[in-house]
Design a protein around this ligand. Structure first.
Ligand code: C2E
Ligand code: CA
Ligand code: CA
Ligand code: CA
Length: 279
């Protein structure tokens, strides 16, 4: 076995093993992460492009692992989706985001929209609507202040059912946004049946907006599509003033991104709402 190191075999298994044990660590750790208070939400502000008015926040999940440090949701959400833990995890996210909204409401701060990411696995679960209805009732947050961010993958397995679930969520009065728009497989004919409020223009189109004419064309097409369907548009991943100006000129309604504001802790977001913190 010692010899194996020379031909790279041992290195390979060691790397495989460490990747596997990281996965196991994450998978096992995730179940306790909630009760051990290792999870938190950060809130990234969203602004109108016409007058740079703060309209809301997107809640983004963070996990501080005791041994591995900060883990990206891009890494642990797929694990939670696979092992079913996404349901309690998603409920924790919804409850925490709505409790924050309720706190702001009690402080008399201006009403804002709270965007919450919902995985396709959660969306498929028959309990989601009831879960949201109960959480809204418990926190007394008006339904119109909650926006669920769905990706186009929700439509892939069963479009009929997706439309039905969306109608049910719509009846509650909450908003629905299509996240990462333009990167998935949505059929345009479904788009008009989905009762969406907003399309979120994926950051991959925004990144090279100033130098790539094709990206500009795609964004322009998304904006006019949204207009024709009566939907709002919000661009993600805006990192410079130039991108912001271009998006404004193109008629995009809202934006979020590092140039406008990084994801903030609850305390920082509160200061922003109080006007004590500049954008
Ligand atoms: P997403 O929903 O597309 O969220 C946007 C991601 O872009 C976030 O990464 C955000 O921090 C990052 N971002 C924001 N502004 C900029 C910018 O100007 N430039 C760049 N390069 N990036 C920017 P984050 O927080 O690491 O989240 C990654 C993904 O994990 C999210 O992508 C979302 O799909 C998922 N996720 C996060 N929180 C949750 C959650 O509570 N539930 C579920 N199901 N998924 C979540
Ligand atoms: Ca999102
Ligand atoms: Ca996105
Ligand atoms: Ca994304």
């Amino acid at each position: 076995a010692k010899e194996a190191g020379r031909n790279g075999y041992r290195f390979f298994t060691t790397e495989m093993q460490s990747r596997y044990s990281r996965m196991l660590l994450l998978e096992n750790g995730l179940r306790q992460a909630i009760e051990r208070q290792q999870l938190s939400l950060v809130y990234q502000p969203q602004f109108t492009l016409a007058e740079y008015r703060l309209t809301g926040f997107e809640a983004l999940l963070r996990w501080q692992h005791p041994e591995l440090g900060m883990i990206s949701p891009a890494e642990f959400i797929p694990i939670a989706e696979k092992n079913g833990f996404i349901m309690p995890l998603g409920e924790w996210v919804l409850a925490t985001a709505l409790r924050q909204q309720a706190r702001w409401q009690q402080q008399g701060l201006p009403a804002t929209l709270m965007g919450v990411n919902v995985s396709a696995v959660q969306f498929r679960h028959p309990r989601l609507g009831e879960q949201i209805r109960m959480l809204l009732a418990a926190t007394e947050v008006p339904a119109q202040q909650l926006e669920l961010e769905l990706t186009e993958s929700v439509m892939m397995d069963n479009p009929q059912r997706t439309v039905a679930v969306m109608e049910q969520l719509n009846l509650l009065g909450i908003h629905l946004a299509l996240d990462d728009f333009g990167t998935g497989y949505s059929s345009l004919s479904y788009l008009k049946r989905l009762r969406l409020a907003r399309l979120k223009i994926d950051q991959s189109f925004v990144r090279d907006l100033l130098i790539d004419e094709e990206d500009r064309t795609i964004i322009g097409t998304i904006i006019s599509l949204a207009r024709n369907l009566g939907l709002q548009t919000i661009a993600e991943g805006v990192e410079s003033r130039e991108q912001l100006e271009m998006l404004r000129t193109m008629g995009c309604d809202q934006a979020q991104g590092y140039h406008l504001g990084r994801p903030l802790s609850a305390e920082q977001a509160t200061e922003l709402l109080l006007g004590r913190r500049s954008f």
